[in-house]
Design a protein around this ligand. Structure first.
Ligand code: ATP
Ligand code: MG
Length: 693
């Protein structure tokens, strides 16, 4: 920039508050009691669609109106998207003053605090964040280096090791207890687990790596440490508000206790009937024990639902009334009218798809925008057929959850180059990229890593490593690439996408050699380059990707913007907290929803039920639940099997729905009762008598 240039400042974007002072009239009595609650602990425990999130936003607005400085308010949410939306809504209420409010996920907030304060607690501030896949790979290195990967033994896989580790950190349940409960077959390896975990921890320290669990753990340890540093951190905020509290874990509860110890100005909202993340260590004990942990807690229950029609609530209330344990009550609405939800039987998947697409077009013609329609399913892969049909019929959609973009091998490959530049001690990335190079195999790769480790991972350690003859060409090419990248400036517009472009001069040929379906993969890398353009430097880019992996194509900064009229396809998990005018829940088949791998214990089944409850309670006016009768399921041998309707749609629930059958081309309708669970299953009774599974 020339020295005499004048800086043209960004023009402040003023947003006028919609209401000069109060928000009354927008909230019912209970909601406004919560929003205007003075200081002290506050628990809003209420069912779906009762305005919990809306009340939380109003409370933020109220605090600001009351004179609390916005930057002293912290709002914690489950996703980045949720935080952005809440803060945008607060802005509409109180104007741009709310822009100073801090909002984000627990992990993102931990990251921000650790970059700022970590150095004072022995955590060098240039640490690299590992995502779950990286953490598993590092676990694998530990496992192998301890000689536990021996083929003869069935020592647990890296995914299992990581799961047990993460569960232990997040829940504080001792490892032996986790093994007894979840992996009794691995109990004999208790010592092995301990060794791997110790090695994994040492590697992380040595290589300056931080995993997701560390982010929370370090934050908790910092605020619990009772020194001046803990005081500074916990003194940053005067009010903390948490949405979806039912899905927080033990560690997150500890963090909140530490952060609020001086003022106890903590507001949490949640619904125990919507707790769906116990597999990540979330516990509804947090919400249930809250009043006991914070003496003087004011509890505000909300019972009026503002989202759905009564016929939809009749179905969802009945569904959740079957739950073993629950604390929130039946919901009602003052809204009148509305049609009964549909329970739709289709001959097979292609009929299900046809129904969904036809009905979407019909709703659209009647005036429902596509963005007011969502199709929900239990797992990401279940929408494949639908995606093909939507594409063929030119119906724009975006998909949330289950997005594998960053997990794709070729994307991870490219990131590995950037990561060794950022952190030369990042062994996992070294290993990955070395194996990509022609002429370098496992032994050479390990040899190179050992050599670099001996040289204390200095920047030129790889250049001074003497490769075996076969690997010389690859070694030279790689050294040249890394040198070229190191000699570039590291800060500035478009710098990261430029780096990716440089990596691709070497990598694209490797990609063509190694993978099938080359064109879409190259297109992915183009997209990666585009996203990278939005970051000032490599460190910011890598942290953002590791920490807040994009949830939807939209978050990746390409494809459709949120303004566009596109249909949403989403996993049930990613639909949490959202609402649409019309909702389709597909694959309501036993084994699919509930998913068969989640049938191991009564608790898991209960969680599946709550997950279906979350999905169904997203609907405002129209709800369609579909199930194909014939499932072509390769998992059970490539053959058709007749499947049964989801066990959660029992007779009582079905009675609240209208039955619809998708017409077959030959004009023979499918019997609407086919596939439903018989009232008494004689064979099951007989099997039960002899203890057979
Ligand atoms: P979930 O459990 O799904 O997260 P929630 O309890 O957070 O739901 P919100 O998303 O805040 O509920 O609200 C559900 C819908 O009801 C929203 O469209 C919201 O604007 C509307 N709503 C909430 N309270 C009121 C009210 N007092 N008057 C009018 N509409 C309301
Ligand atoms: Mg909500």
């Amino acid at each position: 920039m020339p020295d005499d240039a004048r800086v043209y400042p960004e023009r402040p974007r003023e947003v006028e508050p919609r209401h000069a002072n109060t928000l009354a009239g927008e909230l019912n009595e209970a909601q406004s009691r919560a929003a205007t609650h003075p200081d002290g602990p506050l628990l809003i425990i209420a069912g779906a669609g009762t305005g919990k999130t809306r009340t939380l936003v109003s409370r933020v607005a109220h605090l600001i109106e009351r004179g609390v400085r916005p930057e002293r308010i912290l709002v914690l949410t489950f996703t980045r998207r949720a935080a952005q939306e809440m803060l945008a809504r607060a802005e509409r209420l109180v104007g741009s003053a709310s822009r100073g409010v801090h909002g984000g996920t627990f992990h993102a907030t931990a990251h921000r605090l650790l970059r700022r304060f970590g150095a004072e607690a022995g955590l060098p501030s240039d640490f690299t964040i590992m995502d779950q896949g990286d953490a598993e790979d590092l676990m694998q290195l530990s496992r192998a280096s301890l000689g536990l990967g021996d083929k003869k033994k069935r020592f647990p896989k890296k995914e299992t090791l990581h799961h047990v580790y993460s569960r232990h950190v997040n829940t504080e349940i001792p490892v032996p207890a986790i093994l007894s409960e979840e992996y009794p077959q691995f109990r004999e390896y208790e010592e092995g687990f301990a060794k791997v975990f110790a090695d994994y921890t040492a590697r992380k320290i040595d290589r300056n790596l931080v995993d997701y669990d560390d982010l929370l753990l370090f934050w908790a340890l910092l605020v619990e440490s009772n020194g001046p540093l803990a005081e500074r951190i916990s003194g940053m905020y005067d009010h903390i508000l948490v949405d979806e509290y039912q899905d927080t874990n033990h560690l997150q509860a500890r963090i909140l206790r530490g952060m609020c110890r001086a003022h106890r100005n903590l507001t949490v909202v949640g619904d125990d009937a919507q707790s769906i993340y116990s597999f990540r260590g979330a516990t509804i004990r947090n919400i249930l024990d809250f009043p006991a942990q914070y003496e003087g807690t004011v509890i505000v229950p909300l019972e009026e639902n503002y989202r759905s029609t009564q016929p939809i609530l009749d179905v969802t209330n009945t569904l959740i009334s079957r739950a073993e344990e629950r604390y929130t009550k039946n919901l009602f609405t003052k809204r009148t009218g509305g049609e009964k939800p549909w329970l739709v039987t289709a001959h097979d998947e292609s009929f299900q798809t046809r129904f969904v697409v036809d009905r979407i077009l019909e709703l659209h013609e009647e005036g429902t925008p596509l963005r007011e329609i969502a199709v929900l399913f239990r797992a990401g892969y279940m929408s494949a057929d639908l995606e093909i049909e939507l594409t063929a019929r030119n119906i724009p959609f975006e998909k949330w959850g289950g997005l594998k973009f960053l997990e794709a091998a070729h994307v991870k490959d490219v990131l590995a180059f950037l990561r060794v530049l950022e952190n030369p001690r990042d062994e996992v990335s070294w290993y990955r990229l070395l194996l990509l190079m022609p002429g370098i195999g496992d032994i050479t790769a390990r040899g190179a890593i050992d050599a670099m480790s001996l040289l204390m991972w200095s920047a030129d350690a790889f250049a001074s490593y003497e490769p075996p003859p076969r690997a010389r060409a690859a070694h030279t090419a790689l050294v040249q690439l890394l040198d070229a990248l190191r000699s570039h400036p590291t800060e500035g517009d478009g710098i990261v996408s430029h780096e990716i472009a440089r990596v691709r001069r070497l990598y694209d040929d490797i990609l063509r050699e190694r993978y099938d379906r080359v064109e879409p993969r190259l297109a992915d890398l183009d997209q990666l380059q585009t996203i990278a353009g939005g970051y000032p430097n490599r460190a910011a880019f890598l942290s953002a990707l590791a920490l807040e992996p994009p949830q939807a194509t939209q978050d990746l900064g390409f494809g459709s913007g949120s303004e566009d009229d596109v249909l949403v396809l989403s996993t049930a998990h990613s639909s949490k907290g959202r609402e649409w005018d019309a909702v389709f829940v597909i694959w309501a088949v036993d084994g699919w929803f509930p998913m068969s791998r989640a049938l191991g214990s009564a608790e898991q089944i209960e969680e599946e039920r709550r997950l279906l409850y979350v999905a169904l309670t997203r609907a405002r006016n129209h709800l369609f639940v579909t199930y194909p009768l014939n499932v072509y399921d390769t998992r059970r041998g490539a053959d058709y099997s007749i499947d049964q309707l989801s066990r959660f749609l029992d007779r009582g629930v079905r009675e609240k729905m209208q039955r619809v059958v998708v017409e077959k081309n030959d004009g023979a309708p499918v019997s609407p009762d086919a596939g439903t669970r018989p009232e008494i299953d004689l064979r099951a009774l007989l099997r039960g008598r002899f203890g057979a599974a």
